[in-house]
Structures are given as structure tokens and as C-alpha cells.
Design a protein around this ligand. Structure first.
Ligand SMILES: [Zn+2]
Length: 149
């Protein structure tokens, strides 16, 4: 890039050169901003792809081996990766439900596996029990209607 500083006072030649450089700098602003936007879009697409793969990896592991549930993506990553639903089963009464991750009050940086102990079964809560949830899989859409979260 051209030098940005000129000694003052400016000669006629310097003024011409400066005005030319200012025009070029203004044009570059637009070009560089467009390149930045393009790079951000590419980066976001890559992160979305990575988040999706993370969700798929967890689903394969949970399905194939039933765990371990840790590591898992964060709520944010699951939503960004296109898996905004979590299918869980109560470890006591076996009631299944779909949890809308976007509707949870937990911070979006919470790991999905940390939800196992925090999502309570309403049936068992009525019986004064607090069994942990078994995490079944992350899903792109709900399988069944969720009466509560
Ligand atoms: Zn239950």
C-alpha cells in the first residue's frame, strides 16, 4: 500500500498525489469491507458445519454406546448446527420428551450433557422425585409434542 503520511505544507505535486491516494484508499475501503464480509460468511458457514458435525458425532456415540454423554456441544452449538431439539427419557419412569433448546433458560454456553441433571420429569417431580434425564439424541425437529420444558 502507498505511504499514508505527507510532510506539510504540501507542494502542488504532493497535493495531487495525496488526492489520488485518498481516492484509492476510499475505493479500497469498500473492497476490503466486502472481502471481510465474505470471509466472515465463509467462517460462519464453516463453524455451522463444525457444529453440525459435533451434534452428529454425539448422536452416533449416544446411539452406538449409550454414552458417555460428555463431551457434547453447547446449547448454542447445537442450535447453530441445526439440531435445536434434545430428546430425553426420564431415567425412572421412562417418559420421553423433546426439549426445545432455544426455549431453555440455561445460558447458551451450557453443555448439552450438563442438562441431564437439570431437566426434571414433571411426572416424577409430582411424586417428589428428581431423577436425571437420559439423553437420547439431538434432533433437527421434535418427534413428539413437548407439554413443558
Ligand atoms: Zn419420570
Amino acid at each position: 500500500m502507498a505511504p499514508k503520511h505527507h510532510p506539510t505544507p504540501l507542494s502542488v505535486g504532493d497535493r495531487k498525489a495525496l488526492s489520488k491516494e485518498l481516492g484509492r484508499a476510499r475505493a479500497m475501503t469498500t473492497i476490503l469491507a466486502a472481502q471481510a464480509a465474505e470471509a466472515h460468511a465463509k467462517g460462519e458457514a464453516l463453524i455451522r458445519q463444525a457444529d453440525k458435525l459435533l451434534c452428529e458425532a454425539v448422536n452416533e456415540r449416544w446411539w452406538a454406546d449409550g454414552g458417555p454423554v460428555d463431551p457434547s456441544p453447547t446449547i448454542d452449538q447445537a442450535i447453530n448446527g441445526g439440531y435445536p431439539w434434545l430428546e430425553i427419557e426420564c431415567s425412572r419412569c421412562r417418559t420421553r420428551r423433546d426439549v426445545d433448546l432455544a426455549a431453555l433458560l440455561h445460558p447458551s454456553t451450557t453443555f448439552v450433557h450438563d442438562l441431564a441433571s437439570r431437566l426434571r420429569c414433571s411426572k416424577c417431580a409430582a411424586a417428589n422425585r428428581r431423577p436425571p434425564a437420559t439423553l437420547l439424541q439431538l434432533a433437527q425437529r421434535p418427534r413428539q409434542a413437548a407439554p413443558e420444558t
